[in-house]
Design a protein around this ligand. Structure first.
Ligand SMILES: NC(=O)c1ccc[n+]([C@@H]2O[C@H](COP(=O)([O-])OP(=O)(O)OC[C@H]3O[C@@H](n4cnc5c(N)ncnc54)[C@H](O)[C@@H]3O)[C@@H](O)[C@H]2O)c1
Length: 259
């Protein structure tokens, strides 16, 4: 797909980090962009900075997503590109021993479900709506749309404390092929990027020693990924028509150890 001013795009989690870098790359290519994010403060600021449209959206709410898609389409027209970055995790071990009582505590099921839902259901609910809209378009160069989902290398090498996050991201890995098969007849492609460790606001809160230790584990280059490197890959996955149902690590060759 040629990305230019005739293309409209939606980026979830577009107010920050990997999503914001994708918004900037799409704007630089001339596309009209709608930022879907549940943080109106950063969302409005990002939209102003990039000349995009802010649509407040919580990917956990179907109603909120429907309203955001309606707003985006009324201003920018039906989107052909979706880059789905909204997601996140928590850090909690499967069981832990209470230091004071010696009692074993379990990972609360509702916390597990929250992270699983945010990543798996949030991504899927966004994709379904994107696909239903893109399927109505006339094909250009034989295709109607392209979506990029964001997993994590934790889907393959989840660390201590990442059971829920790894499960949520593994769900995105698992759904990529069947969704691509479902949508193939409509000329819509879907690919998933598994980022390694990227220098986003989320990661930049970590102590420098932690960041240095993470960077040292990367085969090459020995640093965190730059969000522009994620954005570059996301746009190439949209541009390259033969790229479909693919799950690719973008991680400088890092393999997570247990902690
Ligand atoms: N940064 C990394 O190193 C890294 C590594 C692997 C995977 N990831 C994944 O990449 C994605 C983006 O991460 P990031 O580092 O850019 O994070 P970030 O915190 O900088 O940005 C995430 C954005 O998503 C928004 N968001 C969160 N929950 C939402 C919801 N329910 N509805 C709508 N918007 C919501 C936030 O407001 C925020 O603007 C996430 O899915 C994350 O799990 C990041």
């Amino acid at each position: 797909m040629k990305i230019d001013s005739t293309i409209s795009a939606v980026v979830t989690g577009g107010a920050s980090g990997l999503g914001l870098a994708s918004v900037k790359a799409l704007r630089a290519a001339g596309a009209k962009v709608a930022i879907f994010d549940f943080n109106p403060e950063t969302g409005v600021k990002a939209a102003e900075e990039t000349g995009s449209l802010f649509c407040e959206a919580n990917v956990l709410s179907d109603e909120s997503l429907d309203a955001a898609f309606a707003k985006a389409r009324s201003v920018n027209g039906q989107e052909r590109i979706l880059i789905s970055c909204a997601g996140g995790g928590n850090a909690m071990t499967t069981i832990r021993k209470d230091k004071q009582t010696g009692e074993f505590k379990v990972f609360p099921s509702e916390e597990f479900a929250r992270v699983l839902t945010l990543n798996a259901v949030g991504t899927f609910a966004t994709l379904t709506r994107f696909a239903a809209g893109a399927a109505t378009l006339e094909p250009v160069d034989g295709e109607r749309g392209a979506a990029v989902c964001t997993g994590s290398i934790a889907a393959q090498d989840g660390q201590i404390g990442q059971a829920a996050y790894a499960a949520g991201k593994a769900a995105i890995v698992g759904m990529t092929l069947p969704i691509a098969r479902d949508l193939g007849r409509w000329g819509i492609r879907v690919n998933t990027i598994l980022p390694g460790v990227f220098s986003t606001p989320l990661m930049n809160q970590a102590p420098q020693a932690t960041i240095d230790a993470l960077a040292a584990q990367v085969a090459f280059p020995n640093r965190l990924g730059d969000p522009t490197e994620y954005a570059s890959m996301a746009l190439e996955l949209c541009r390259n028509t033969y790229m479909n149902a693919h799950v690719l690590r973008l991680d400088g060759g890092v393999r997570f150890s247990a902690r």
